[in-house]
Design a protein around this ligand. Structure first.
Ligand code: 3UK
Length: 521
């Protein structure tokens, strides 16, 4: 069932998500809570306008990118919607990444301005000289080094009045980077109408989000998942959002729920598992959501008996902006991703794109008007993923006769770890740089809760000793150069790796080895 938004041709998402709230009388309503601070929609609008004017004062023009490397604070709504409002295109960067990742994102996107949280500046310092296009670095939530700008000073000096740039509903609106098993991460270009579509479909029809809801997303705003949960869903209906700048440990999440009493809570499976191991309450929450990777049924049952709350598992992607297949309140099938969200369509097809009958596993294709338009400067990858109205998710799924979808793995080698992509090839490329490593292969292996984590098989160079000391050294080596969640949780030493006649690793043999061992426990 396609869904027609009927947006005017000239349309700016900041008008819909920010200004409309003031027009509809919610100027004095709290929009954002962060630590001990509260901001009304009126205050957020003024800050959005000041930042938009600040970008104009820096000569930023329509369609130019503005990179955001920010923790979850009020600076996020301000800079995200401020950039959109004056016609620029925010690029939301994953704060868990490392210097060399940021160098790639900033040069690939050609962002003219980087807004960076003071707490993350140390990741930028080593690459400053290599940033070809960044002209201004704006520091949020702290002191700016000499030569850089401070967000509060820069925006504070500007007018709080700003008209929306006359963008089209089909103009670029924001980017998110998505990684694949091969090649560099892809700048995924979303349009002005995409956030509206996800709000009108998933947020309103599945979550039933209303003005009196308060959202708390443990998943950060730089994820497509968190951006909807913690920013544009609540802003889309004039609800409020609770932002947590810190790492979402179970203790921090429980404490935030206790203090702020949100009505909607959004997490990822790993965190639900950790929260089930710790003391805490979820009083005031009416509904919980999980996405990023499949939610173990055991968590659903234990959560229900402890808090009397459903967790709605749903599958979304960066390319689709948000969730397109989901369980419903009162209709939760543990182990299933649920049914197609109204406004989306899904197909299960064979390798040759022929539709398959119920209960047969195939590739999941999805259609819906929140889909990204293209990958920036990656024409072939765009062609492979965006097939007219249909997006190839790269996921293997099956659908039962009642319309419930079941996840059955990936059609590439990509791993979801704590809800975030890890490319085994990237971890391998890092490990082989260690002097002790002759060759290695990385696969996904289930932990005690059946959630996937990276496992490395390593062949050492002669004269190096396998053992716990080497294991720790190699883990630390990966942690030092890649985002922390990517390091191999287990390292196994082999004399040689199984290979095909043409010298490629037989990943499936390693996977089978791990699976057969798991079967014996
Ligand atoms: C996997 C799931 C099983 C699946 C995301 C909600 O995860 C999000 O986006 P990404 O681009 O990854 C997309 C891929 O992740 N996946 C996501 N959710 C589930 N697999 N069950 C699930 N519930 O492989 C998918 O193709 O990082 C999630 C909203 C917005 C998002 N971007």
């Amino acid at each position: 069932m396609p869904y027609n938004l009927n947006l005017p041709e000239t349309f700016n998402a900041a008008d819909y998500f920010v200004d409309r709230n003031i027009r509809e009388g919610r100027g004095d309503k709290v929009a954002v809570r962060c630590e001990d601070r509260s901001f009304t929609y009126g205050q957020i609008q003024a800050d959005v306008n000041r930042f938009g004017n600040a970008l104009l004062s820096l000569d930023v023009r329509m369609e130019e990118r503005v990179a955001l490397l920010l923790l979850d604070t009020e600076a996020y709504p301000q800079t995200f919607f401020g950039a959109i409002k004056m016609g620029a295109v925010p690029v939301c960067l994953n704060t868990m990444n490392r210097s060399k990742d940021f160098q790639y994102y900033l040069n690939d996107s050609r962002a003219r301005v980087l807004v960076v949280d003071a707490a993350l500046l140390d990741q930028i310092e080593p690459i400053r000289a290599n940033l070809t296009f960044v002209k201004y670095i704006v520091v949020a939530n702290g002191q700016a080094p000499a030569g850089d700008l401070s967000l509060s000073e820069l925006a504070g000096a500007q007018s709080d009045q700003l008209a929306c740039a006359p963008t089209c509903r089909d103009d670029s609106c924001f980017w998110l980077y998505s990684s694949g098993s091969t090649g560099s991460p892809k700048g995924t270009v979303h349009l002005q109408h995409d956030m509206v579509y996800a709000t009108e479909t998933y947020a309103k029809k599945v979550l039933g989000i209303k003005e009196d809801d308060s959202c708390f997303s443990a998943a950060k705003l730089f994820f497509a998942y968190g951006l909807g949960n913690g920013l544009y869903f609540p802003f889309g209906v004039g609800a409020s959002t609770v932002l947590l700048p810190q790492r979402p440990t179970p203790a921090a999440v429980y404490e935030t729920v206790r203090r702020e009493r949100p009505s909607l809570y959004f997490g990822v499976p790993t965190l639900y598992g950790q929260m089930l191991e710790e003391e805490g309450t979820m009083d005031g929450v009416r509904l919980c959501v999980s996405a990023g990777e499949a939610l173990p049924p055991d968590y659903i049952h234990r959560w229900k008996s402890r808090f009397d709350l459903d967790i709605l598992d749903g599958i979304g992607s960066t390319e689709m902006a948000h969730i397109f297949i989901s369980n419903r309140p009162g209709d939760v099938r543990p182990g299933s991703s649920g049914k197609v969200v109204p406004g989306y369509e899904a197909r299960i097809v064979s390798e040759d794109m022929v539709d398959l009958p119920d209960n047969e596993m195939g590739i999941l294709l999805v259609k819906g008007d929140s889909a990204a338009a293209f990958y920036w400067n990656k024409h072939e990858k765009t062609r492979q993923t965006i097939m007219g109205h249909w997006i190839n998710t790269g996921d293997k799924y099956l659908r039962d006769e009642q319309g419930y979808f079941y996840c059955a793995g990936r059609s590439d080698d990509m791993l979801k770890v704590g809800g975030i992509w890890v490319s085994p090839m990237e971890v391998e490329a890092c490990l082989v740089q260690h002097a002790a490593v002759l060759e290695c292969a990385v696969i996904g292996a289930p932990d005690e809760d059946q959630l996937i984590k990276p496992m490395a098989f390593v062949v050492l160079n002669r004269s190096y000793q396998a053992g716990e000391a080497m294991e720790n050294e190699l883990k630390d080596f990966v942690k030092a150069s890649l985002a922390l969640y990517k390091y191999p949780r287990w390292i196994r030493f082999l004399d040689e790796l199984p290979k095909t006649a043409t010298g490629k690793f037989k990943r499936f043999e390693l996977r089978n080895l791990v699976q057969s061992e798991a079967g014996h426990h």
